[in-house]
Each structure stands twice: as C-alpha cells, then as structure tokens.
Design a protein around this ligand. Structure first.
Ligand SMILES: C[S@@+](CC[C@H](N)C(=O)[O-])C[C@H]1O[C@@H](n2cnc3c(N)ncnc32)[C@H](O)[C@@H]1O
Length: 388
C-alpha cells in the first residue's frame, strides 16, 4: 500500500497512456489540459519557433478530452488552457464530451501588458489566453472555505455618524473622506463582520499594496480622516478603509475584512499573470527554460486550490516542462503526467532534479519519488503498480 502522494511520469503518446490509466482504474480530481494552440504562428524574438498547425487538431484533442474525462472522479474538474485560435473549437469538443451543463465558466487569463507591444505586425495586441473549466457533476462546487488565521485580531468596527465630507477622484477611484466627527472606530471584540487593523509602518508602508497606496495618495490629505477607497483589494468588501495619522500616532492604518481571511469567498475570473509571465523561464530552476507555451506555476496553484484538496490526484496529458507536476509536489497532490516529446521530457526531468535538490525558485528541497510508467504493452504488473 502506498501512503502519501504519488507521482507518475508516462513518457509516451497521451491517448495510449490514458487508455492504460483507464484500464488500471486510476482516477483523479483535476485534469489540466494544455494542448498545442494550433496557431501555426512564428514565435520568439527571432521567430525561431513555429507553432504547429494541424488539420487533425480537433480530432486528436477530442480523443484526449474523452480519455481524460473518463478518468475524472465523481466531483472532479477539468480545466483547459487555450488562446483564441481554437477557443471555440475546444469549447465545442468539451461540451460534447462533458455536457454543456457541466461548463463552469470561461476564465480569461491576462498574460501580456497593454504597453509591451512586441508583435508590431499583428492586427491587434492580444492580452489574453483562456481557461475553460468544466465539472464532472453539475452540482460540484469549487473549494472556497478558509478559516480565519487570527480570529483574535478581527475586533475593530467602524461606525459612520455622518458624511462623507467629500468625495474625490484619486487615481481613477471615487474616494470618500470622513472627518473625525463623522465616524467612530471601536474595539468591539471578535465578530464575523469585525475588521483587523494594520499600522502602515515598515514593510507595510513600502512592500504592501494598500500601504504604498496610502503613503502615495492618502497620507497628505489631513489628520484623523477616515477614507474609503473602492476596489483596492480583493478582500471581498469591495473597498478598503484607511485612517490617516495624527500628532500622537504618525502612521496611518488600514482595515482588512475577514471575507478574504475567514469566510467562503468565491474565486473570481479576473486572472492576471502579467507580472509572472516575463520570469516564467526561471520557474523550475536552471535548465527549465521551455519555449513551448510553458505556464506560470500560479495558474496551476490557482486550479489546485479551488478544485483539489491535499492528497487528491491531478492529471496532465500535455505535461511539457512539468509545471503541473512541480505544483502538485509543492501542494501535496498526487499527479500523473504524460509527455511524448524527448526535449520536453529532458526539461521535465531537470525540473524534477531541481525540485529535489532545492534548486527551484523557492529553494526548498522536496522529497518525492517519480515513478516511470511505460505501458507500451501493459502487463499485469504495470496495471497493479498504477492502481491506487
Ligand atoms: C503547450 S505544451 C504544455 C506546456 C506545459 N503546460 C508547461 O507548462 O510546460 C504541450 C505539450 O504537449 C505535448 N504533446 C502534444 N501532443 C502530445 C501527445 N499526443 N501525447 C503526449 N504529449 C503531447 C507537447 O510535446 C508539448 O510538450
């Protein structure tokens, strides 16, 4: 009996490997599909890479989708990355395989900055890729519950007594300003609506988004003001409260709600990975710069957080450089990954060695065994080994 997560690498054609996993009655909670995008485009600064343009793309992907869907557990999810070239084709294929009623949603993934227009010959600057997410059972829900990390800290309440004194536009946001006699802030003790108070000093003033915002745009507005800024943080309230400093307490403060920290909060589909995309080549450590549409680990982390729990299994039939495998290891999920290309497999194995040796970006040594399963003509031993 195996205890703990297991990691299977199947270095071969995905349809064949999927058939094998099916025979072995292997099941998973999440399938991640990252097929070639079929654009036929030349890529890279020196246009050295041409994406495949395959007339059988629909047929081939349909086989993989079907083979993967068959392996999904009863409350499982399937997520597929694609850009707009084949978005609608893939949607149709997925609808056919999983059923339209099992479509959860379209998650646009922002991968490029508006300002960084490198493809000057294109007709427009495409900022997005897409994730199509399906579930095996139309009743299945994303995992959303989070417990408050420090309930003892959520003890502050804000009461408005009048106002606001004025509304002003600051960096495009309608900011409301309350004078000292227009509000009260009290320590009322813990309640689900109570807020946590952060003093904006040290790193909070320089390396925290709310802190920086306060220092740059609000600090100078006056003493002892209560300021509401809409849409600043995704903590579920839709706004953030700040209080400016005074003669006795020079630093400002801001208040965080428990909606993000404690209560169920639904995932949103405004995924923005523009900050990580330029450094993806470094993910996985030395030797893992992979040119074939390598994905940010943050995408897989997001999917595993909302679709799986520790110990669940994840399947990736287009493993490439092993992003899914790496995130599964870091998050304690089991994984089966399939890849047929020798170059990709070489990168994936380097990534595995880096993970074990702590050469990945986080510098942590991860202990795990990667089991190779090569069922070209599976025997009973292979089947028994792959069974969970
Ligand atoms: C877009 S890349 C995946 C990139 C990956 N998500 C990553 O982050 O590195 C697609 C991968 O699927 C592999 N692939 C394409 N068709 C396949 C097939 N029929 N069987 C197995 N692997 C396949 C390609 O070799 C390529 O490495």
């Amino acid at each position: 009996m195996h205890k703990g997560p297991r990691y299977l690498l199947m270095p071969q054609e995905n349809t064949r490997a999927l058939a094998f996993l099916r025979t072995a009655e292997w099941r998973c909670q999440l399938v991640y599909l990252d097929p070639p995008y079929n654009t036929g485009r030349l890529r890279g600064a020196r246009k050295l890479f041409r994406d495949a343009c395959n007339k059988d793309w629909r047929k081939e992907v349909r086989e993989v989708v079907q083979g993967s869907a068959d392996l999904l557990g009863p409350a499982g999810f399937l997520a597929a990355s694609i850009n707009q070239t084949e978005l609608f084709t893939l949607k149709q294929v997925l609808d056919d395989a999983l059923g339209e009623k099992c479509f959860v949603g379209l998650f646009p993934v922002k991968i490029r900055h508006r300002q960084r227009q490198l493809m000057i010959n294109a007709t427009f600057h495409d900022l997005y890729e897409y994730l199509l997410i399906y579930r095996k059972n139309p009743q299945a829900r994303f995992i959303t519950t989070q417990t408050p990390s420090r309930p003892d800290k959520f003890i502050h309440s804000i009461h408005l007594l009048g106002g606001p004194d004025q509304t002003m536009v600051v960096r495009g946001k309608n900011v409301q300003v309350y004078l000292p006699h227009q509000y009260e802030i009290a320590e009322t003790g813990y309640s689900p609506d109570a807020l946590r108070r952060y003093v904006i000093a040290g790193k909070l003033a320089t390396a925290n988004w709310s802190g920086e915002w306060y220092e740059t745009h609000l600090k100078h507005l006056g003493e002892n003001l209560l300021i509401q800024v809409p849409g600043l943080e995704r903590d579920g309230l839709g706004y953030r409260w700040f209080q400016t400093g005074n003669g006795k307490r020079r630093s400002g403060v801001y208040f965080q709600s428990q909606l993000a920290a404690g209560r169920p909060l639904l995932p949103t589909n405004d995924l923005d990975f523009t900050e990580v995309v330029p450094t993806i080549y470094r993910e996985g450590g030395p030797g893992c710069d992979f040119k074939d549409s390598k994905k940010p680990e943050a995408i897989l982390r997001f999917l595993m957080e909302i679709c799986t729990r520790p110990g669940d299994s994840v399947l990736d039939p287009y493993a490439g450089s092993g992003t899914t495998l790496a995130v599964a290891v870091k998050m304690g999920r089991s994984a089966a990954v399939i890849e047929k290309d020798r170059g990709a497999l070489k990168t994936l194995k380097t990534r595995v060695r880096n993970l074990k040796a702590g050469r990945d970006l986080d510098g942590v040594k991860h202990e795990f065994a990667l089991e190779h399963v090569v069922p070209l003509s599976p025997g009973p031993g292979d089947l028994a080994r792959a069974k969970q």
